[in-house]
Design a protein around this ligand. Structure first.
Ligand code: NAD
Ligand code: UD1
Length: 356
């Protein structure tokens, strides 16, 4: 049996993707330092599968380790060979993702995001593992594009986090050029991944004070946070609030599987794809839907624009439809319902109030 290495597989997007991968019959090694996640996310993935009648324990092996250490990655490849489940492809989620933190401390962003990616691709080549799907971000487009944005939009990230994502795309491109006949690489530029598995067993559990709107709304919805600060009501949009392309995390998970299977069945190549719904939602529209679907109130107030924000960021996802036949199945109502359900069942995330 062959296996897939999922770096950062205990995190928000990683855990949902692990669930979908195991459901499809894949065997996984998860490498995670748990710096921004809990082991319980993977235990809960196993629970969801148990409820579906599947004993997943033999399909997933969790290894605690820091992907900045090349020897840790190498040891895991060796282990997979010893286990007779050699790693044949990689989905690379591991990394740090807070824009504000990256501005305060660019060093750990370059170290964690870029150096780990260099280590990873070097070790992959040592073991003749040639397929990688990488978590890039719409943040690489920066402020200069008009939505909907195609993959050939202008690349101009405006913060260290975004710079590291673009640098990793370039790093992979350089490796592809020098190993032309071999590597299969996909850079997936996610727009705004949100929601949770409908079971409420896994979901987004940011450490510390959340910055992104969904975790904040969810906390306001259950009363842990008093109100939502809406960053600006003077943007050039329908109602003056910022517009984003929210995408359900389970649809995103499916996008990874389609991408991986496409790479496996095709010639060596490097591709870059937007993963979004192509639908823009303003903050006020989001609040309205969240309230209606969950029959609750979200108290909010308008405050100043957040530095580094853009008015509108929406994907043109037509290339993903064409190349890998992927399109989202879930809508904003599903995202709001599943987000609230997760937060209600886990008011303080996986580890209780001490984690917050
Ligand atoms: P997350 O923080 O929930 O998951 C990242 C995982 O990587 C965590 O489990 C963390 O513990 C692990 N990790 C971090 N540093 C590590 C290290 N040195 N060694 C091993 N493991 C390490 O984030 P997420 O939302 O699941 O995002 C996954 C990926 O997608 C990230 O690369 C992120 O930049 C990218 N992305 C996320 C979003 C988003 O809005 N969530 C948008 C675009 C791109
Ligand atoms: C932010 C990051 C981006 C990163 C993405 C995913 C910034 C400037 N951008 O994007 O680089 O790739 O998260 O991690 O941090 N909003 C509020 N109140 C809140 C939070 C957000 O009104 O408390 C608004 C924002 O102004 C925006 C929308 O909600 O209009 C979505 O914000 P957010 O969830 O932070 O995502 P992005 O801004 O797209």
């Amino acid at each position: 049996m062959e296996s897939i290495l999922v770096t950062g597989g205990a995190g928000f997007i990683g855990s949902h993707t692990c669930l979908s991968l195991i459901k499809k019959g894949y065997c996984l090694y998860v490498l995670d330092s748990f710096v921004n996640s809990s082991k319980l996310s993977i235990s809960n993935v196993i629970k969801i599968l148990e409820i579906d009648g599947l004993d997943a324990t033999e399909f997933i092996d969790i290894v605690k380790g820091d992907i900045r250490n090349k020897s840790t990655i190498r040891d895991l490849f060796l282990k997979s060979i010893a286990d007779k489940k050699p790693i044949k492809s990689v989905i690379h989620f591991a990394g740090l993702k807070s824009v504000a933190e990256s501005v305060r401390n660019p060093s750990i962003y370059w170290d964690t995001n870029l150096i780990s990616s260099l280590n990873l691709i070097e070790v992959m080549l040592e073991f003749d593992c040639l397929t990688i799907v990488f978590s890039s971000s719409a943040t690489v487009y920066g402020l200069d594009n008009k939505s909907p944005i195609k993959e050939n939009g202008k690349l101009n990230p405006n913060n260290p986090y975004g710079n590291t994502k673009l640098a990793i795309e370039k790093l992979f491109n350089d490796f592809f050029q020098s190993n032309k006949k071999k590597l299969k690489i996909a850079n997936l530029r996610y727009f705004n991944p949100v929601g949770a598995h409908p079971s409420g067993f896994i979901g987004e559990d940011p450490k510390g004070i959340p910055n992104n709107i969904f975790p904040v709304i969810a906390k306001v919805a259950i009363g842990i946070q008093k109100k939502l600060n809406v960053f600006g009501n003077d943007w050039p949009t329908v109602d003056g609030t910022g517009i984003r392309d929210y995408i359900h995390v389970m649809d995103l998970a499916e996008g990874h599987i389609r991408m991986l299977e496409f790479l496996e069945n095709n010639e060596s190549q490097i591709v870059t794809l937007n993963l979004g719904t192509g639908i823009g939602t303003s903050v006020l529209q989001l609040i309205n839907t969240y309230e209606k679907v969950n029959n609750i109130k979200i108290p909010f107030q308008f405050v100043h624009r957040r530095s580094g924000d853009v008015s509108e960021l929406v994907a043109d996802s037509s290339f993903a439809k064409k190349l890998i036949n992927w399109a989202p199945n879930k809508d904003l109502k599903d995202m709001c319902k599943d987000s609230f359900n997760w937060q209600l069942k886990n008011p303080y995330g996986f580890n209780g109030p001490q984690n917050n």
